[in-house]
Every structure is written in structure tokens, then in C-alpha cells.
Ligand binder design. Structure first.
Ligand code: NAG
Ligand code: NAG
Ligand code: NAG
Length: 724
């Protein structure tokens, strides 16, 4: 029960500042791998280092700090009186004399002699029991398991296309550690300030944050899957996505006109490509104004959306957070009403709205979603939009929040909030870059503290507004996320590039967002920036067919017949497995499981070389599992009426198990409802068993022998086509 423990009362006092003079020859007391950086900001020098009471000593180990804390840190805390245990599972240990360290269930150990706890700088170092550390986000990580060789990751939400080591759109100060006995645990530092974490080979983690408190949660597993179940129990289980939102989705920045959009949709239908959802990026709007549509280039959009919906498709619209203040008074209701209701993020004076540079003409205000009045205003706007454009879901972009300048007009004042003594390892080492000034005011507090919560605070209100507008299960896709965002929304990995490397890294990103409790996750298939190539885009279509959220945002113009054929084939595999994917989402929603799983290399025992011609993606099934499937169709509206089948992949013992969750796919609220009869008319018409060791002479189903002509056997399995 360790993870329920909340408090430990420790009477500690700051260690008296010791102004020691160090031997100018550098001390070897601290082994290089145990060094804790004492000058994490750029520009370290021996002089500055020693002025801090730290040791300066060069090393040729890459990225290892040259300025580091001595064994006997001049900072930190020591015990004053007795530590009081509030729960028996937490303990404090005395190291030497009055040195104190905190330990939670032997998974999280921190020496308080290293703790720094000041107004704008909090630092703590914890040991980890192994170097198998996963998580922390949002970044482009080059491997799923982290390198512990002095890597530092900053966390502060930012409009930043994925680049290694850069802080990206969301913030997730959560990691999982797999110990040498393969038990796993997870740790969350619930803190929304700009922060960074350094991973050292000791192995240890050093957390630095510039505000808030050190609020750690430890989740004890013991399996990795248990850790995520416990983590999402604490932060909120992922929402249950609508069945249609597991279908393939199409989007593109800049169709430019409804004619191009229609041609694209027609082409998808002509090639019979399974496809459920069409998205509109900001070019559907009139001059990129939220809650409008372009009545010239997109004339007839409302009717067209209705038509697609009649054909069983669904429609998602993008909305940006910023609202233009440049329109004539009385002509742009979203601004007029918001202004009247006082819903914007304010300047440091707390009364005048912060005006940033954004679409369309450079003067925009930013809704403060932490303010309940803003939630009312936003809900009202979303409801009114629904009367014009009959959307099924909302895609919320730019909500880091992004601003095209450094801070709002006329720039940020010089003060401690805007210029803290330490800026974590984030891009540009500037808190206001591409966003608002830290001293801006939101309802929940200073932007300094709430910046990384912006996208998170917009997600739940958008979810509830969409539910209210559609009367159905909501679809919200958010670019910026924080701890707990998965409860109300999904995410895509951002504006990445059309390169092979990015396709590879998308797999890591998708696994990581499953750790963060946001299993409705995908990357833009074929990339977003740059032109894609035929082969890359095709391979990405094949891979993306297995993303939990499968959307192409860069539909290639080379939609030649072969491309369409291969895309159709791979998407038909996705559609046939949707009952399985849907069941995984149900498990995630109810029990917090992940949707995607990493197969440990040890399971594979040996490397295998398999054929992968351009027309095929190798697909492997784990022995021991049963996958429900359904014959594919061009939309899920149609495929949901098709017969089911089962793929039974036996394990070494000749056994397998599985489950199927089925409901109407889009109603809100209780998922296990008595009286749902929608599955009654559906039959199982194909059961495929893989991995049989012996040739069967007869097959029995529910105790009744199946006629010999109703099943077939291939040397690599048995296929029983059972007629009802
Ligand atoms: C922002 O200013 C408006 C007045 O312009 C006020 O109504 C609102 O409460 C303020 N909000 C915050 C969070 O300061
Ligand atoms: C992408 O392709 C278009 C059309 O072929 C071309 O005009 C453009 O320059 C290309 N862009 C890049 C970045 O290669
Ligand atoms: C590019 C990419 O997709 N991966 C990332 C994405 O952004 C930058 C820009 O190219 C790359 O440097 C980086 O490797």
C-alpha cells in the first residue's frame, strides 16, 4: 500500500552554509558517474563553480558535469530532532550523524543533504534501482529505454516540432523503472512548473523545478502493466473512444477549397479505402477565425458535412485557442462575448487582457480555461458552432499556448518571475519564447505556474462541450497535454517530418503516451513537414494502420492505383482487427491497461528474417491470445454489421484466451448496459487457430462435432469455417 502514503513529517533545517575552500587541484572524492551537476545552466566556469561551494574537475566522459556537488554538500537539509513516521511502510534512515534520507518502499531514495528547497529553485536527487528507466515527456526520444549517461530533459509545454532533447507540446514528469528482477515501479513528480530532469549513470535522477512543491507519487507495480493501471487510477483513466474514432482518418493542412476536399474524399471512395473520419485544418475558417467558416472557398461546407455523415462518416474540426481582437465590434461574437464575460488571460495587472501575436492579423487574446467563466463561454461557442457545422469531434491545436512572439505586447517586464535565477534545460532557455510572459495572470495563478496546464485545462471543457453538442461520446484531440489529459482527450505526436527516422521514432512516442495514460495516440502518417516520398508514405501507411489513432495528415498526391491498393489492404487488416482494438480501449478505460505493447527482446529468443515486400507489412501475433475480428468495410458504420471471427494463436502449452467488449460504439456513460441487443444478430463465421501441433481429425464446437467440410487444415494451422 505504499502508493497511498501521502505524508512524512520530517523536521529538517537547512544545513549551515559551509564556505569551504577546496583544494584547487580537483578532488576525486566523487566518482565521475556519481556527479550531480552544480551548474546546470550554460556558462559554467571554475570561478563560478567554486563560488557556489562546488568542485570543478574536468573529465572526458561525454556530458558528465565538470562542476559538481562535493560529498559534503554545502546546501541541503539535516535532521533537527526526530523524524516522525506517519505510515509504517515509509521510512527514514540515518546515514551518518544527522544526515537524513527518505526512502519509499526501497524504490525511491533521496538524501536530504542534497535537497535544495527555495522559492524559485527546488532540486532533489533520487537513486533508482536500475538503469532501465522509461518515460518523461514530451520529447522526441531516440530510444524507448533511456540512456542514463548524463542526459537532461526539460519539461515546459512548447510549440516545437519534434527535435531530439527539445521540450515539446506536453509535460509528463513520470517515469517507469524496471528493476533487475523485472519488477517495475513508476514515479510521478506532480509539478507544473518549468523543470528538467537529469539521468546519471549512478543510476540516479536529479529533478530541478522552478516552483511549486516536490509532490512525488510512487506506484509499485509489480508488473509494468500494473504500474500503468495504478498510475491511471490516480490521475484518471483514459476516456472510452467512440468506435468510429478507431477508423482511418484523413486530414491535410490547406486543401484550400471545398472542391479539393471533395475530390480527395471521392478519390478515397473510388479506391474503396476504409475511411471513417475527415478532418478540417484551419483553412476551413474565414481568415483563420475560430467559430467561422470560409463562405467563399468552403461554400456549402455545412451541407457537405451533413452528406458525409449520412454516408456513415464522421467529421472533426480544428479550433485554435486564441481569439482575434481585430474585428469590428459587434461582428465577431466569440470576441465580443468573451470580452463581456472577462474570460481572457490577463497581463500582470490582472485586469487588462494579454494580447499576443497570432492568426489572423496579429492581435489575439487567450482564453483562460482555468476560469469557470471561460468554460461557460467556450461551451456556448462550441454549441453555437454545432448549429452551423455538424461536427462529431474537436481537434484543439496550438494550446501550449502558442504565440508567434516572445511574450505578449509590449514585451515582458524585467522581474524575478519573468527572469528566474535558473531556467531549466528548455529550448532557447527562455520562458516567454513563443508564448506569454510568465507574470501573466490566470484564474488558477500566475502563468509562471500554470503555463504547462493550458492545453490540459482546455481539454476537459472541450470534451464536455462536444458531448453536450453531439449527445454522443466525445472526440477531443489535443496537441498540448499534461498529467491526466487522457481522461478527456487523445493526442498526436505533432508536426513531425516526412523522414524515415520520424516514422521509426513515432513507435517510441506511441509507447510513451501509453505510459502517460493517453492511449489514444498516433503520429501523422507520412509526416507533416516536407514532401513525403512514395516508398516512405506507403510504409508509413502500413505502420500507421496499427497506430491506436490512425490519421494521414499528408495525403500524397501520388495516389496511383498501386498505392491505393496497398493502403486499402493494410487498412482492411486494421478494420478487421477493430473489435480487438476496441476491447483494448475498453480495458484501458476500465482497468487502465495500455493499448500497445512492447515485446521484450528476450521473448524473441532469436532474430528472424522475414519477407517484407513493399506490398506487405509483417504482422505477428503473440501466442496465447485470442483476437476477435470482424469483416472490414469502407466505414466502421458498415463493418459493425459484419460477421465476427476469431484468430486463436496458441502458446507453447496449446492454450489461448481473450475477450471481446461490444456495445453501440458511441453512447455516453455506462458501458455495461443491460439490454444491449446489437450483437445478437452478429455471427462468428470464421475461427482460425494458429499453432496446432497435430493434424486434427475432427473439430467440436460447443460439444457438437463440426462437419469435415466445414474446416480446413494447413500445415501452419487449422482454419475452421463454421457455418451457422
Ligand atoms: C481579467 O480581467 C478581467 C477584466 O478585464 C476580469 O474580469 C477577470 O476576472 C480577470 N481575470 C483574471 C484571471 O485576472
Ligand atoms: C514539394 O513538392 C512541391 C511540388 O512538387 C515543390 O514545389 C516543393 O518545392 C517541394 N518542397 C520541398 C520542401 O521539397
Ligand atoms: C525532423 C524530425 O522529424 N525529427 C526531428 C523532427 O524535427 C527536426 C527537424 O528536422 C529534426 O532535427 C529532428 O531530428
Amino acid at each position: 500500500f505504499c502508493y497511498y502514503s501521502r505524508e512524512l513529517v520530517v523536521q529538517a533545517r537547512p544545513a549551515a552554509r559551509k564556505r569551504k575552500r577546496f583544494n584547487p587541484q580537483c578532488s576525486r572524492d566523487v566518482p565521475v558517474k556519481s556527479r550531480i551537476d552544480c551548474h546546470p545552466q550554460p556558462g559554467a566556469s571554475q570561478e563560478k563553480c567554486e563560488a557556489r561551494g562546488c568542485i570543478w574537475c574536468s573529465t572526458n566522459m561525454p556530458n558528465a558535469p565538470w562542476c559538481f556537488f562535493p560529498e559534503d554538500s554545502p546546501y541541503g537539509y539535516s535532521l533537527n530532532g526526530n523524524a516522525e513516521k506517519t505510515l509504517k511502510t515509509m521510512n527514514t534512515k540515518h546515514k551518518q550523524n544527522n544526515h537524513l534520507s527518505l526512502s519509499i518502499c526501497h524504490r525511491w531514495d533521496a538524501s536530504l543533504s542534497d535537497l535544495i528547497f527555495s522559492n524559485q529553485y527546488l532540486q532533489i536527487t533520487t537513486t533508482v534501482p536500475s538503469t532501465s528507466v522509461y518515460g518523461f515527456g514530451e520529447h522526441e526520444h531516440l530510444s524507448f529505454k533511456h540512456s542514463m549517461n548524463f542526459a537532461t530533459y526539460g519539461m515546459f509545454s512548447r510549440d516545437q516540432s519534434p527535435t531530439p532533447f527539445a521540450n515539446l507540446y506536453g509535460v509528463h514528469p513520470f517515469y517507469m523503472c524496471v528493476e533487475t528482477d523485472s519488477n517495475a515501479h513508476g514515479v510521478l513528480l506532480l509539478n507544473s512548473n518549468a523543470q528538467d530532469v537529469s539521468l546519471s549513470p549512478n543510476p540516479s535522477l536529479t529533478f530541478r523545478t522552478i516552483g511549486g512543491v516536490l509532490d512525488f507519487y510512487v506506484f509499485l507495480g509489480p508488473t509494468p502493466e500494473n504500474v500503468i493501471q495504478q498510475y491511471t487510477e490516480a490521475i484518471g483513466r483514459p476516456h472510452m473512444p467512440a468506435y468510429w474514432s478507431l477508423g482511418f482518418q484523413l486530414s491535410r493542412w490547406g486543401y484550400g477549397s471545398i472542391d479539393v476536399l471533395k475530390k480527395t474524399v471521392d478519390r478515397m471512395h473510388y479506391y474503396d479505402i476504409p475511411y471513417d473520419v475527415q478532418h478540417s485544418d484551419i483553412d476551413y475558417m474565414e481568415r483563420r477565425l475560430d467559430f467561422t467558416y470560409d463562405k467563399v472557398n468552403y461554400a456549402g461546407l455545412p451541407e457537405y458535412m451533413q452528406q458525409l455523415k449520412k454516408e456513415g462518416m464522421h467529421y472533426v474540426l480544428i479550433l485554435d485557442p486564441f481569439i482575434s481582437k481585430d474585428e469590428e465590434p459587434g461582428t465577431y461574437r466569440p470576441y465580443d462575448l468573451g470580452e463581456e464575460m472577462g474570460v481572457w488571460v490577463n497581463n500582470s495587472d490582472g485586469v487588462t487582457p494579454a494580447v499576443g501575436k497570432a492568426w489572423p492579423d496579429g492581435h489575439s487574446v487567450f482564453p483562460d480555461y482555468t476560469n469557470p467563466r471561460t468554460v461557460d463561454w467556450w461551451t456556448q461557442m462550441c454549441l453555437e458552432l454545432k448549429d452551423v457545422l455538424d461536427y462529431d469531434g474537436i481537434w484543439i491545436d496550438m494550446n501550449e499556448p502558442s504565440n508567434f512572439d516572445r511574450g505578449q505586447y509590449p514585451g515582458c517586464a524585467v522581474n524575478d518571475v519573468n527572469n528566474p535565477p535558473y531556467i531549466p534545460s528548455i529550448s532557447d532557455r527562455a520562458l516567454a519564447q513563443k508564448t506569454l510572459c510568465p507574470d501573466s495572470k490566470t484564474y488558477l495563478g500566475e502563468h509562471y505556474n500554470t503555463h504547462s496546464l493550458f492545453g490540459w485545462s482546455q481539454t476537459a471543457p472541450t470534451f464536455h462541450a462536444t458531448q453536450k453538442a453531439t449527445g454522443k461520446r466525445a472526440f477531443v484531440l489535443s496537441r498540448s497535454t499534461f498529467v491526466g489529459s487522457g481522461k478527456h482527450g487523445g493526442h498526436w505526436l505533432g508536426d513531425n517530418f516526412s523522414q524515415w527516422k520520424d516514422m521509426h521514432l513515432s513507435i517510441i512516442g506511441i509507447l510513451e503516451f501509453n505510459l502517460f495514460g493517453i492511449p489514444y495516440i498516433g503520429a501523422d502518417i507520412c509526416g507533416f513537414n516536407y514532401n513525403t516520398t512514395y516508398e516512405l508514405c506507403l510504409r508509413w501507411m502500413q505502420l500507421g494502420s496499427f497506430y491506436p489513432f490512425s490519421r494521414n495528415h499528408n495525403a500524397e498526391k501520388n495516389s496511383v492505383t498501386e498505392f491505393a491498393k496497398i493502403s486499402r489492404e493494410t487498412l482492411r487488416i486494421r478494420y478487421s482487427l477493430l473489435p480487438y482494438l476496441y476491447t483494448l480501449f475498453f480495458e484501458s478505460h476500465v482497468h487502465g491497461n495500455t493499448v500497445g505493447n512492447k515485446v521484450p527482446a528476450s521473448w524473441l529468443k532469436n532474430y528472424a528474417t522475414v519477407d517484407a515486400p513493399l506490398s506487405k507489412i509483417p504482422l505477428f501475433l503473440r501466442g496465447g491470445y485470442i483476437l476477435p475480428k470482424q469483416a472490414p468495410a469502407t466505414t466502421t458504420t458498415k463493418s459493425r454489421l459484419n460477421p465476427f471471427g476469431l484468430i486463436i494463436a496458441l502458446d507453447d502449452q496449446g492454450e489461448a484466451s481473450g475477450s471481446l467488449f461490444w456495445d453501440d460504439g458511441d453512447s455516453i456513460g455506462k458501458f455495461v448496459k443491460n439490454g444491449y441487443r446489437g450483437a445478437d444478430s452478429l455471427k462468428y463465421n470464421t475461427i482460425t487457430i494458429l499453432g496446432l501441433r497435430l493434424r486434427p481429425h475432427a473439430v467440436a464446437l460447443n460439444g457438437r462435432t463440426v462437419r469435415g467440410d466445414a474446416f480446413s487444415y494447413q500445415t501452419n494451422g487449422v482454419r475452421a469455417a463454421l457455418r451457422h
